[in-house]
Design a protein around this ligand. Structure first.
Ligand code: ADP
Ligand code: MG
Length: 452
């Protein structure tokens, strides 16, 4: 039912069922200090009539950037996006978007929010109103035409988001994590409803492209899934997902595919940051080419404890499900445990290492020592901070020093995030401390650590 194949490379645009074709798209932003920040690398894919395609990747893998290129809101640095065989030169005329944040105008009613897209197309008021009412009806918002967004629940607001996109009858519907701001049940409900509408003959769009970080969501909805890797974003694999709808997440084959994708997104055959880290001998790797996973020590320690309580080995999708964690929440914790050598992934199983067991069983002082040693050996940013602080007379340095270094390879937000994680790790290991008032990092002299 399911096949994995190498990424599709540019197909001839002559296929009449091809709506959108992305051909060798690269996008590079400029970081604040002027150095290039590659976000998308040589992406090729297509969207054809009658299919739902998912772009699946972890946060930061460039999914939103790719979707904005496809919508023609930003131009690729290299490569091309074409719509119905025509290269884009500005906004894509055949698409409408649904956003994670709903992006509704709070001072307009539901009906006015839905009519906005039609106004832009120059459609006269009577027809606007009729079409808006039809779309509102279709998406289950009947009776809420005059309500304002603030009066609606998250699920209802996103219905407005869908109605606003569908009312223009786009050739293709683009969705950027449309369900991820909703609670689990609301998301499930709206997803099922979207599928139900999609299967009706009069659904006003011919193809859907959904960006998501949620593996199960991709497997529930999509006919094809493109799995993106990060740093920079590139297509790791294309998966054809042929199970009939409606799909049952408890089916063996469904679970097997979810497992396979979990493996892909954490595994050694790919190149997530953790891979480089665990391969690097101590002393190798720089804070820029080996970013810290976005994981707190508390979160990672919690995951290890649960893992040990499960006998030391557990299936990742099962763990995520039990913890009602999203992939984006779970995978950084898995990365952190892998980076520190406290756990390993094979296939989609996470298992604890001997050091991981010791870390969980030890008293707090010993856990901290294990953690500190591992972090200094394997986390370049933690090591770099320790080393820099040791070179100063009083063991103090301002955060600005480290942020300047990090900005060479990260955006402003990411640089701050990296430093925040390193401080969390350094504090836990009693390697160094941070005074938020003065903005100073300082060696922790109370530390139980032997000298560096
Ligand atoms: P995703 O949607 O997969 O989370 P994004 O496409 O939002 O990823 O972002 C990918 C990377 O590009 C991130 O590192 C982000 O900081 C960076 N980025 C996105 N937009 C810009 C921009 N306008 N300028 C600089 N960097 C950007
Ligand atoms: Mg995004």
């Amino acid at each position: 039912m399911t096949t994995t194949s190498p990424p599709t490379s540019g197909r001839p645009g002559a296929d009449p069922s091809t709506i959108i074709e992305v051909s060798h798209v690269t996008k590079t932003f400029v970081s604040p200090d002027g150095s290039p920040l590659p976000v998308l690398d040589d992406i090729s894919l297509d969207l054809r009539e009658g299919e739902i395609v998912a772009l699946l990747g972890r946060s930061g893998s460039g999914k939103s950037t790719l979707l904005r290129c496809i919508a023609g809101l930003i131009a690729p640095t290299a490569g091309e996006v074409s719509y119905r065989g025509q290269a884009l030169n500005g906004a894509n005329p055949g698409v409408a978007m649904v956003f994670q944040s709903f992006a509704l105008l709070p001072w307009l009613t539901v009906r006015q929010n839905v009519e906005i897209g039609l106004e832009a197309l120059g459609i006269e008021p009577r027809e606007r109103r009729e079409r808006a009412e039809r779309a509102i009806d279709t998406i289950g918002l009947d009776g809420f035409e005059s309500a304002y967004p603030k009066e609606l629940s998250g699920g209802m607001r996103q219905r407005v988001g869908f109605a606003r996109a569908l009312v223009v009858e786009p050739d293709a519907l683009l969705m950027d994590e449309p369900f991820s701001a909703l609670d689990v049940l609301t998301a499930q409900n709206l997803r099922a409803e979207l599928l139900r509408l999609w299967q009706q003959k009069d659904f006003p769009t011919k193809a859907m492209l959904i960006v998501t970080h949620n593996i199960e969501e991709a497997v529930i909805l999509a006919d094809r899934i493109f799995v993106l890797g990060a740093n920079p974003g590139r297509i790791r694999t294309e998966i054809t997902c042929g199970f009939p709808q409606p799909r049952n997440r408890h089916d063996e084959s469904f679970a097997a595919l979810v497992d396979q994708i979990y493996g892909l997104m954490t595994g050694r055959d790919t190149r997530p940051p953790a891979h480089i880290w665990t391969q690097a001998a101590p002393g190798e790797g720089s804070p820029i080419d080996t970013p810290l996973p976005q994981a707190s020590v508390g979160g990672m320690a919690g995951l290890l404890e649960i893992l040990v309580a499960h006998g030391g080995r557990e299936d990742l999708p099962k763990l995520a499900h039990e913890l009602t964690f999203e992939v984006d929440d779970l995978l950084p914790l898995v990365d952190a445990a892998q980076v520190l050598g406290l756990a390993e992934v094979d296939d989609a199983d996470l298992h604890v290492t001997d050091d991981g067991r010791t870390f969980v069983a030890a008293d707090i002082l010993e856990s901290k020592q294990i953690f500190a040693r591992r972090a200094r050996e394997r986390a370049p940013l933690v090591r770099a901070i320790c080393n820099a602080l040791h070179t100063t007379k009083d063991g103090n340095l301002g955060e600005g020093f480290f942020l300047d270094l990090l900005r060479r390879g990260f955006s402003e937000d990411e640089a701050r995030q990296q430093l925040r994680i390193a401080i969390d790790w350094g504090r836990y290991g009693e390697l160094f401390d941070f005074d938020a008032n003065s903005g100073q990092l300082a060696l922790d002299h109370s530390s139980a650590q032997p000298g560096i």
